[in-house]
Design a protein around this ligand. Structure first.
Ligand code: UD1
Ligand code: UDP
Length: 356
């Protein structure tokens, strides 16, 4: 009988994707109550993932999107605390490093409820990144810390955290194995956009440090415009807003489209000749589908993608991005870096032991 309750807190696009396999694993042993903070709210940033991944609608949707970091996180904290008081779960589960993660973590910690963090231990060592603050604080109040990589375990040890740490692999790999199969049967995106496998690049940009800096954004788009392939560019709403504000347009080889559903995204990734991104999840997926990645940042949390030879940190240096795209073709063997595709079951089992 499922007597113990876990409250899972999600709010942003990558969290819906990560929560799906975990939720499928939890259902046999726990009652799971879903809180969606509403941080992402457009159909194409939120609902499409619930429907594609056949997740039931969230039990609570707080509708808290937009606003400053403090305001957003604070409003989420207030509402999550109320729900935790009503539901009285044995454990709260949070994902990644968004403001929704931190709000959930603080609400659990202050309510003296066990907290489990999926994707614990990741560090960019750049405190100017809002996500870095969210990760560090969440890890330091977590009871169970589910690390995707060895580097993550080492980062936690470096901060004195060794208790409750489990190296379980990456739930995004679980998700990818499940979703890619479905995507092959369902997605028509390449045909729809007239794209030939291996003959186009794929780009995503949404990091605040890039989108909110006109020079950096112009440099990235300048580089994409000089690539010798067409570039498919699903534009994050934050990025679209800033491009409009600054009146930045894109070169004719860039196909700027709305954010796509996850099945379409996986097919776009798999068929690309190169992925250029500042996204964390997309860097990993590039590695997993075997497509070279040029990361539009100076550092990454996913250091093993770089040391494996499949990811290059280009920052926003226009010439370096173009040179890498035209001349760099990794040949290294890809080793399994992110577990065995059964991270979600390992998470369930660790939760079962803790909540026994
Ligand atoms: C957030 C996370 C980031 C994560 C990303 C995933 C934080 C601090 N940042 O960044 O770590 O990588 O999600 O995509 O939590 N907007 C819309 N519609 C939406 C969602 C957003 O128009 O559905 C616009 C709004 O103007 C909003 C802005 O995008 O103010 C930024 O959204 P927000 O969730 O605050 O940050 P992201 O950049 O999406
Ligand atoms: N993604 C998607 N459609 C898009 C862009 C991204 O399905 O148009 C998926 C992508 O495949 C990955 C996740 O969203 O699984 C990454 O999320 P995002 O880049 O928004 O955030 P990050 O991983 O950087 O936190």
């Amino acid at each position: 009988m499922r007597t113990k309750t876990i409250v899972s807190i999600v709010g942003a696009r990558p969290q819906f994707i990560k929560a799906a396999p975990v939720s499928r694993a939890l259902v046999s042993e726990f009652r799971e109550v879903f809180i969606h903070t509403g941080q992402h709210y457009d159909y194409g940033m939120s609902e499409v993932f619930f429907s594609e991944m056949e997740m039931r609608p969230p039990d609570f949707n707080l509708g808290i999107g937009g606003g400053s970091h403090g305001e957003q996180t604070g409003r989420m904290l207030i509402e999550i605390e109320k729900i935790l008081g009503e539901v009285k779960p044995e454990c709260v589960l949070v994902y990644g490093d968004t403001n929704s993660t931190l709000a959930g973590a603080l609400a659990a910690a202050k309510g003296q409820i066990s907290l489990a963090h999926v994707e614990a231990g990741l560090r960019s060592f750049n405190r100017a990144m809002p996500e870095e603050i969210n990760r560090v604080l969440t890890d330091h109040v977590s009871t169970l810390l589910f690390c995707p990589t060895d580097a993550a375990v080492e980062n936690l040890a470096g901060e004195g955290i060794t208790k409750g740490v489990h190296r379980v692999g990456d739930v995004m790999y679980d998700a990818l194995l499940h979703n890619l199969k479905v995507a092959h049967g369902k997605s028509q995106i390449r045909q729809k956009l007239g794209l030939e496998e291996g003959k186009y690049a794929l780009a995503t940009v949404h990091r605040a440090a890039n989108t909110d800096d006109r020079k950096r954004m112009s440099s990235i788009l300048g580089a994409l415009g000089r690539l010798s392939s067409p570039v498919v560019f699903p534009v994050h709403p934050r990025t679209r807003k800033m491009m409009q504000e600054w009146g930045i347009s894109v070169a004719s080889n860039i196909l700027a489209i709305e954010p796509v559903g996850h099945f379409d995204m996986l097919m776009l990734q798999e068929g690309a000749n190169c992925i250029l991104t500042d996204s964390g999840g997309v860097q990993k997926e590039a590695y997993l589908v075997g497509v070279r990645c040029i990361t539009l940042r100076e550092e990454t949390e996913w250091v093993e993608t770089v040391s494996s030879g499949w990811n290059q940190l280009a920052g926003v240096d226009e010439q370096r991005i173009v040179d890498l795209f035209e001349n760099w073709f990794p040949q290294e063997e890809r080793k399994p870096l992110y577990g065995d595709g059964h991270s979600a079951e390992q998470i369930r089992d660790a939760l079962s032991i803790m909540l026994k």
